[in-house]
Design a protein around this ligand. Structure first.
Ligand SMILES: [Zn+2]
Length: 440
């Protein structure tokens, strides 16, 4: 028995009674395929109160964009019944099974769009799907919001708090990660102590207990420490490697900048003709690990180490601090780590380089928390990885870089939310495999 094209598409679209495909119209010139759907029911249940067998008041024409059919853009059209209820007295449009209320996209199209936005910048995803980025942002916010409502944070015990900025030095966002589950828990604008209080409230709203948080890994911000003391009363703070080494890098850069601006003649004389380029190689050579040096950087760094410049001392101090951290990770011995760190602090305090003296005093004031951070590999590697993901999220939000867009895309990509729709194409793959195996 031959199957009509309409009933073929009725099952391909996953429709069941009372809905079916009534008409299929393929327009090759416009690269479009249009499906007219119809609802055979004469009476329906009330969408509001559920009362069965209610009369249909009228039907309203609506359309939805669907997943492409090969190279054709697919659209669904239907006259959707409005049910006049004798029970609650309301006249309400019936729910259609292929789309959520009010959306001009089918649920499968939205699920695909969401999957693309996890991998691509939103603008690029919109171009691929031939829709506007605004339409995608609205959907990201809707689905992320819905999935976060159902998110379970009851097991959260170890967190990392960090700040990031949308523009250099402004539009700060505070991000809180679960360091055990390695996922983003919370993000909000600002970087004051209130952000930590806001997190504690959000944690409670998702079944978590602020007093259950035992360990917070963060940067040196006094504001975060204040927030932790106020809202996460049982938590012990530690300062992770990433932030401490970043501070040492900043101190080193400050010494180099100061020296190149106050003693340019001495440096230029030592560097020879090609000074501008060598100076650049020097800047990057000092920041980078020796195993990542280019030939030019190796030459510049070789020259630096044989000079009597303050920059050379600053670089040695930074490298020594890295070694202290590497040793702590290798031996995992708190006493040894503490004594090596103290030795470094006393060197830095005597080094006659103001930025390092300042850094030494900052670290000394928080010695125990710094040592805790030295031994905590769980947070150290993760905080660095998360920074990379946050940068990607910023690129994804480019052109629409408002705080709420950035936060939504960060949740979509980094929160491991369990209640998001899954990619319809990925789900389809195993089915096709089954078909292929059957054919063979
Ligand atoms: Zn009703």
């Amino acid at each position: 028995m031959a199957i009509g094209i309409e009933s073929l598409f009725t099952s391909a679209l996953g429709l069941s009674a009372p809905w079916r495909v009534e008409n299929v119209n393929l327009d090759t010139a416009r690269r479009r395929i249009d499906f007219d759907l119809t609802c055979d029911a004469k009476r329906l249940a009330c969408p509001v109160c559920g009362l069965l067998d209610q009369g249909i008041h009228d039907r309203q024409k609506r359309q939805w964009r669907h997943l492409d059919f090969f190279q054709y853009e697919a659209w669904l059209h239907a006259e959707v019944p409005r049910v006049a209820c004798s029970g609650c007295g309301k006249t309400t449009q019936a729910q259609v099974p292929w789309a959520r209320e009010g959306s001009g996209f089918t649920a499968l199209f939205e699920a695909l769009a969401l999957s693309l936005c996890r991998e691509l910048p939103v603008r690029q995803a919109a171009a691929l799907l031939r829709c506007t980025d605004k339409q995608l942002w609205r959907r990201i916010e809707h689905y992320v919001g819905a999935a976060r409502t159902l998110d379970d944070m009851s097991a959260v015990r170890v967190i990392g708090i960090d700040e990031t900025s949308l523009r250099k030095g402004q539009n700060y966002i505070t991000v809180v990660h679960d360091l055990d589950k390695k996922r983003l828990l919370f993000a909000c604008e600002g970087r004051d102590h209130q952000t930590v209080v806001n997190f504690a409230q959000d944690l409670q709203a998702h079944g978590g207990k602020p007093e259950q948080v035992s360990h917070v890994c963060q940067d040196m911000s006094a504001a975060y420490a204040k927030g932790v003391a106020q809202a996460l009363t049982q938590a012990q703070i530690s300062y992770d490697r990433f932030h401490v080494v970043a501070m040492a890098n900043e101190a080193m850069d400050e010494v180099r900048r100061h020296e190149t601006s106050t003693q340019p003649q001495a440096i230029k004389a030592a560097l020879g003709d090609n000074d501008r380029k060598l100076l650049k190689s020097l800047t990057w050579g000092m920041r980078r690990n020796p195993d990542g040096w280019s030939v030019k950087q190796t030459n510049a760094m070789h020259w630096l180490q044989h000079s009597t410049l303050r920059s050379a001392r600053a670089w040695r101090l930074k490298m020594a601090l890295r070694t202290v951290y590497a040793n702590a990770a290798r031996h995992n011995n708190a006493t040894q780590a503490k004594s090596e760190l103290k030795a470094w602090l006393s060197w830095a305090a005597r080094c006659r380089l103001a930025p390092f003296k300042k850094l030494a005093s900052t670290l000394k004031q928080r010695l125990d928390a710094v040592v805790r951070g030295m031994l905590d590999n769980r947070s150290n590697a993760y905080v660095e990885a998360m920074n990379g993901l946050l940068q990607q999220a910023k690129r994804a939000a480019r052109g629409f870089k408002t705080a709420s867009n950035f936060i939504a895309i960060a949740y979509l990509r980094m929160s491991k939310l369990k209640h998001l729709p899954s990619n319809p194409l990925e789900r389809a793959v195993p089915k096709y495999n089954v078909l292929i195996h059957r054919c063979l």
